[in-house]
Ligand binder design. Structure first.
Ligand SMILES: *[C@@H]1O[C@H](CO)[C@@H](O)[C@H](O)[C@H]1NC(C)=O
Ligand SMILES: *[C@@H]1O[C@H](CO)[C@@H](O)[C@H](O)[C@H]1NC(C)=O
Ligand SMILES: *[C@@H]1O[C@H](CO)[C@@H](O)[C@H](O)[C@H]1NC(C)=O
Length: 454
């Protein structure tokens, strides 16, 4: 069908590098052996997107999130090399967390890491003993506080300034939407072509659950990869995707030297918004909030009360952009209004309710037999007046062989439990296909440009 071209993703992240242009590393769609059935994959991605939303919304309770078959599908991975000589591993890139960690030690234990027949004993590992530059992070090192999100010493037995302290930084434990990991802090060299970054703090995980690969936190915390590298910006361009097994990689480029105030050509910028009320919800402080002001469907604004989109005084609400989410999430109050506007505007196609029940996405419309499919346009309006007009294939997804298309947005209470706290809208990567997006950290703004990403 013409409007759903053969889709495939790719991504570029911008890299830091002094005088020279940005450094580029490959970025690929991360998944292990998805089902050959595109219909099943769609259900999986919808469920996964929602699990991810619960996690971002309720980081403390993440361990209690629905234990759905998980991971990977929908995320992007990058290879990073640590140590001397360098050991290269794949990391899932995650803008919703900050620690960078890898499966570590030969005794690494991964519970429920076997998906679709993948063998966890083949998890690539980092072996600290094989790196001459690896050091265990001590409790007196201020970087130990970074991984514990604290400015106070993590030492129980050593006095600040002690020369003889051998106590290690206490172990970390991180909960993700669909799994967890724990281990201890390590300092080692992060190796990029032409550039070595010594004493990078990285988590050496000794056990995990449902985490088949390490994670590279790209969030806003001190310990994230962009923060530790002092990146001024990173960016990527998402190729259109298809729910099959074809993974094409492109490039991640990290930029440490962007000129202040410089705008990339034709890119629209909207400021990153600080969530000022993150006390008790420190996880929210690593998210990239943006000011989504209005959503129009079919050229008409959806009448969403302002308080549903804005950041509340309790730190809840607001909109984040998140590379780790595939489908966009909208809290029920926002979603219901968007959905009913769609349903009201679509007259030419029948609702496909059975498909909705099965997949957990709605509304779905039966387009079988239709030649050229026309559905109302979605446009996101940001603070500063910037608009993101989404092409059809970024918000409607073909539901396998059913002949139906479904709105690729998830919400509470369709599959899984309801959740109230946290961001009201999470803009996922599916909605950014064929967009170049830029996380401009120096100028605290999010940039985007429609582009055919090749
Ligand atoms: C730690 O100190 C930094 C810099 O002084 C400050 O920005 C940050 O808010 C502090 N963090 C905590 C958890 O107190
Ligand atoms: C910028 O926009 C102009 C006008 O739409 C277009 O001609 C040009 O090719 C665009 N440049 C880039 C780099 O996208
Ligand atoms: C869609 O419509 C076609 C033709 O009217 C019908 O055969 C098919 O069963 C419908 N599919 C769904 C999922 O409702």
């Amino acid at each position: 069908m013409a409007l759903f071209p053969s889709l495939l993703y790719s991504l570029f992240l911008l890299l830091f590098s002094p005088a020279a242009a940005a450094t580029t590393i490959p970025l690929s769609l991360f998944h292990s052996n998805p089902s050959p059935d595109p219909y099943k994959n769609l259900i999986h991605v919808a469920t996964q997107s929602l699990t991810r939303a619960y996690h971002l919304k309720n980081p403390q309770n993440a361990a209690a999130a629905a234990p759905l078959s998980t991971h990977g599908y929908g995320g992007y991975s990058v290879p990073l090399s640590f140590g001397t000589p360098p050991q290269t591993l794949q990391f899932v890139m995650d803008t919703g967390s900050d620690i960078v960690w890898f499966p570590c030690t030969r005794r690494y234990l991964c519970k429920k890491c076997s998906f679709h027949g993948a063998d966890p004993s083949h998890s690539p590992l980092f072996i600290p003993k094989l790196s001459s530059s690896a050091r265990i992070l001590g409790c007196l090192n201020p970087k130990c506080g970074w991984i514990h999100n604290s400015n106070t010493t993590q030492c129980r037995d050593c006095k600040p300034g002690s020369k003889t302290c051998t106590q290690i930084c206490p172990p970390y434990m991180i909960f993700y939407g669909s799994g967890s990991t724990g281990g201890f802090g390590l300092l080692d060299t992060l190796d990029f072509p032409g550039k070595r970054v010594p004493d990078f703090v990285v988590g050496c995980s000794v056990f995990s659950s449902r985490q088949p690969a390490g994670i590279a936190g790209f969030g806003r915390g001190r310990v994230s990869l962009p923060s530790q590298l002092g990146l001024k910006k990173f960016s990527f361009c998402l190729l259109s995707r298809k729910f099959d097994d074809t993974a094409e990689s492109t490039a991640l480029v990290l930029d440490g030297e962007s000129d202040s105030g410089h705008k990339t050509r034709n890119v629209s910028y909207t400021p990153f918004v600080k969530n000022p009320n993150v006390a008790g919800k420190e996880a929210f402080s690593v998210y990239y909030y943006v000011g989504l002001r209005k959503i129009t469907v079919g050229g008409k604004p959806v009448k969403i009360p302002y308080e549903h989109l804005s950041l509340g005084a309790d730190g809840n609400g607001g909109t984040v952009v998140d590379s780790g989410s595939t489908f966009t999430y909208m809290t029920r109050k926002v979603f219901d209004l968007v959905e009913s506007q769609f349903v009201g505007l679509v007259k030419d196609y029948q609702r496909a309710k059975e498909v909705e029940t099965e997949i957990g996405l709605r509304p779905c419309f039966n387009i079988s037999g239709a030649g050229k499919v026309a559905l109302p346009e979605i446009r996101l309006h940001f603070k500063g007046g910037q608009e993101m007009a989404l092409p059809l294939e970024n918000y409607f997804v073909l539901a396998g062989r059913s002949g139906a298309v479904c709105l690729a947005v998830v919400t509470d209470g369709v599959v899984g439990p309801e959740s109230s706290g946290g961001p009201a809208v999470i803009l996922g990567s599916f909605q950014m296909q064929d967009f170049y997006v830029e996380y401009d950290l120096r100028n605290e703004r999010f940039g985007f440009r429609r582009q055919i990403c090749k």
